[in-house]
Design a protein around this ligand. Structure first.
Ligand SMILES: [Zn+2]
Length: 317
């Protein structure tokens, strides 16, 4: 039904003010206890002037703003967005999309349910976007969850009905939009239990979601079922799929290629091997945390977030 609404009322920025004026959006400046502190700590100012884009191929753009990278495909089926960032900046995101030749967001594929990738659904869902996600991500969008970031906990709240994914899958799903065969794939628990890797076959572009973080530390939502081993095995699957010409959009950080993913993966493998070697030596989780076996492999580790999350995933903390 939402799809039809979309076709009848294209929600361009102007149309939002006119035809779509009856759409009631929640007040996005209302925060649950504990949310604002975490957003501030991440530096999420929601200043629209900081929203940038990079055109990576004809009709494909990456929008960098606050939170996860948004990959945009524009074509005959409208605008497809991989991830939706934050509703606090939905007007600025729509203005950016308009400047790129789109009008509104017709389809969203969420790489996973974390707030910095999917909260924008709370605006774009009610405005008519059809939302795709892994079934486990839908369940977390419905229930909300505490995300333990080590040193801070983000209390993600249940989404409104209109913000939820309406198309879900378990292992793989192929869809065809904008002349592309688009493969949605889940390789088991990794960054979360509901990760989706999205591959545009003809364009040879992949969005890895937070299986890859090229801006800061790799993170695993271990309290909600993520594991370091799963991150590693999923990234091996990604490498099997792509070639030297594939354009790789990571969850965070600059647009990359296969070699970048390979070296990111090798760091994770090295950390995991060191942790396992320490386990074999009989070290406890707490002792391994104190040693911090990631420190020479992943630079600028203020405290061992990755090791902490990996140990939780291994049942040792
Ligand atoms: Zn995430």
């Amino acid at each position: 039904m939402m799809m039809y609404l979309n076709k009848i009322i294209p929600c361009s920025l102007v149309a939002i003010l006119l035809s779509c004026s009856e759409v009631k959006l929640p007040d996005f400046d209302v925060y649950a206890e504990g949310q604002k502190e975490v957003l501030d700590a991440f530096g999420f100012t929601f200043d629209p002037s900081l929203i940038r884009h990079k055109t990576i191929k004809e009709d494909f753009h990456v929008i960098f703003g606050f939170g996860g990278n948004i990959l945009i495909s524009i074509g005959e089926d409208g605008v497809l967005a991989i991830d939706s960032q934050f509703p606090q900046i939905y007007e600025a995101l729509l203005a950016k999309i308009k400047s790129l030749g789109g009008s509104g967001i017709n389809h969203i594929i969420n790489t996973h349910w974390h707030f910095d990738h999917a909260d924008g659904n709370r605006a774009f869902g009610p405005l008519g976007a059809e939302i795709y996600a892994h079934i486990n991500s839908l369940n977390y969008m419905k229930s909300g969850a505490s995300i333990n970031l080590v040193g801070a906990v983000y209390p993600q709240q249940p989404y409104e009905k209109e913000a939820l994914a309406t198309v879900t899958y378990e292992d793989t799903l192929d869809i065809n939009l904008n002349g592309q065969t688009i493969k949605l794939m889940n390789f088991g628990p990794a960054h979360t239990t509901g990760d989706t890797v999205i591959y545009f076959k003809e364009a040879n572009i992949i969005h890895t979601g937070d299986l890859t973080n090229l801006d800061g530390l790799p993170f695993i939502d271990a309290d909600n079922g993520g594991t370091l081993e799963g991150m590693i095995s999923s990234l091996y699957r990604v490498l099997e799929l792509i070639d030297d010409n594939t354009i790789v959009v990571p969850g965070h950080g600059p647009v990359a290629d296969k070699d970048t993913i390979k070296s990111f993966l090798m760091k994770l493998v090295a950390v995991n091997n060191r942790i396992d070697a320490l386990i074999d030596q009989g070290k406890s989780g707490q002792e391994i945390l104190e040693i911090n076996p990631a420190k020479e492999i992943i630079e600028e580790v203020p405290f061992p977030i990755l090791v902490n999350r990996a140990l939780v995933g291994k049942g040792l903390l």
